[in-house]
Design a protein around this ligand. Structure first.
Ligand code: SAH
Length: 463
């Protein structure tokens, strides 16, 4: 993080603005909106500043800058067209411990002004740390259209009811959930429809009628996080990630995805190593039940889809037995993600009319599959957890009569910036892979469709 975003209360506090041109005028207006006592120092002033002065809104000091003007300032802004003066203001301010901003000179700033979306009291600030003001502006424009003007009134309404809600609901969890219901429900809709009085009545009714017990009930969300690229999350996954109290996540869930989980949520890593999962799985099942019984909203975040080689079924069976509410959110499974990002259609009218997903790793650690079924023609075989058994899988299929020249691909860390795709045939792939340092997770795709990779490959993050 290059800059810490903070919101400063400037009401009644002195801010020094050095310079009185158009740039200075814009900064002065902003400071006045925040209630600051603005002192503008310059030998002359532009029309804009002069208008503010005539209205008595600023304290104009017709003079050249000197460091004594910095006394008792909360902030200082230098916006003259004389770089030497700007630099002097920056140096002096830093010496006095006053935060300073210099227009168009990030290296002289100790704070920068973000682009803002003002829905007071709701305020959204956007900064690119000076890296790309254009990007910042575009982002701000997008946020402007996303954030209804009525958010300000909604926030005002909730502010007035904070104390009554605090008295009515004893725990923080209950209060948070109560407010989430209000902000996502009928009360908010009424505010958006400009029916503020009805909104207020509805809010009062909600406070009177809410059931504290219901507000403290735990729940489990079993959520598929997809194969790695955060853009492949579903809207629902993201929404539940943002309201969880605690998250239990796997080795396969990328840090970028974890970043999207509600900041305050406790994070518990429950990743398992290969062939070690029997005991640990039991523990996870129990942990889910325990946490939900404590009234928590538990996010069980799994790579890919929770119901495809994800033991999702085992994890929620215990919840169902205990009568704990849960919901399951599908995710993009590795086969779909890797196939798309490797340009290998899993079915194709010319090559494959069916696709079969198998795991290369059985509960007892062996590879023992229905080889005959896998050897059927005009079918694509996708093997999850197939790297360790790659050699056996290829030879068994050849034994069953599949051509040694059948195309096969190994996709490493599909959909992520580290994605690599190795293509060969049943007889060459193993040796090819052995020559490279391959990192888990990897997915094996076998079938005629693999030859399409050469033409349809579009995602090359390493280039
Ligand atoms: N539930 C998951 C699969 C879990 S099993 C899903 O639906 O995708 C774990 C296996 O999934 C890994 O061993 C690997 O074979 C595969 N896998 C998961 N993510 C992958 C990725 N980004 N790239 C390649 N393979 C992946």
């Amino acid at each position: 993080m290059d800059y810490l975003p903070i919101f400063v209360d400037l009401k009644g506090r002195k801010v020094l603005v050095v310079g009185a041109g158009d740039v200075a005028a814009r900064k002065v207006s902003l400071l006045l909106r925040a209630g600051a006592r603005v002192s503008v120092v310059a030998p002359d002033m532009s029309d804009a500043v002069s208008a503010l002065n005539a209205d008595g809104k600023i304290d104009f000091v017709k003079a050249v800058y000197n460091n004594s003007q910095l006394t008792e300032c909360a902030l200082a802004i230098a916006a003259t067209n004389n770089m030497a003066v700007n630099r002097q203001v920056s140096e002096d301010a830093q010496q006095y411990g006053v935060l300073v901003n210099v227009a168009d000179a990030p290296e002289l700033c100790t704070f920068i002004l973000p682009s803002i979306v003002d829905r007071s009291p709701v305020m959204v600030a956007v900064s690119t740390g000076g890296a790309s003001p254009t990007l910042g502006r575009l982002l701000r424009a997008r946020l402007e259209t996303m954030i209804p003007a009525s958010y300000g009134r909604l926030a005002e309404l909730t502010r007035r009811f904070r104390d009554p809600v605090k008295q009515r609901f004893k725990t923080m969890t209950q209060r948070r959930r109560f407010w989430e219901n209000v902000i996502q429900g009928q009360v908010a809709e009424l505010v958006y429809a400009n029916k503020d009085q009805q909104a207020e009545q509805a809010l009062q009714a909600a406070i009177d009628q809410a059931d504290s017990r219901e507000l403290s009930e735990g729940e489990v969300y079993l959520v598929g996080a997809g194969p790695g690229d955060p853009d492949l999350l579903t809207f629902r996954a993201l929404r539940l990630m943002q309201q969880a109290d605690v998250v239990l996540y796997d080795r396969l869930v990328s840090p970028k995805i974890l970043d999207l989980v509600r900041r305050e949520a406790e994070q518990i890593y429950v990743g398992k190593k290969r062939s070690f999962h029997a005991v640990r799985q039991e523990e996870i099942n129990h942990q889910l039940i325990d946490l939900a019984k404590q009234g928590k909203r538990v996010l069980r975040l799994k790579g890919g889809d929770p119901f495809i080689f994800g033991r999702g079924g085992e994890e929620i069976a215990g919840l169902a037995d205990e009568g704990i509410p849960f919901q399951v959110v599908p995710g993009v499974t590795a086969a779909a993600g890797c196939a798309s990002y490797a340009g290998i259609p899993l079915t194709h009218r010319d090559y494959a009319q069916s696709v079969i997903f198998v795991t290369g790793q059985l509960k007892d650690g062996t590879v023992d599959l229905q080889w005959q079924t896998l050897a059927q023609p005009r079918q694509t075989v996708v093997v999850y957890m197939g790297l360790a058994g790659l050699d056996i899988i290829c030879s068994k299929l050849i034994e069953q009569g599949v051509s040694p020249d059948m195309p096969a691909a190994l996709v490493q860390q599909g959909t992520t910036p580290s994605q690599r795709v190795f293509t060969g045939t049943l007889s060459t792939l193993n040796a090819l892979v052995a020559q490279h340092e391959v990192h888990a997770p990897t997915l094996l795709i076998i079938g005629e469709v693999v030859q399409l990779h050469e033409r349809l490959n579009w995602f090359n993050p390493q280039e």
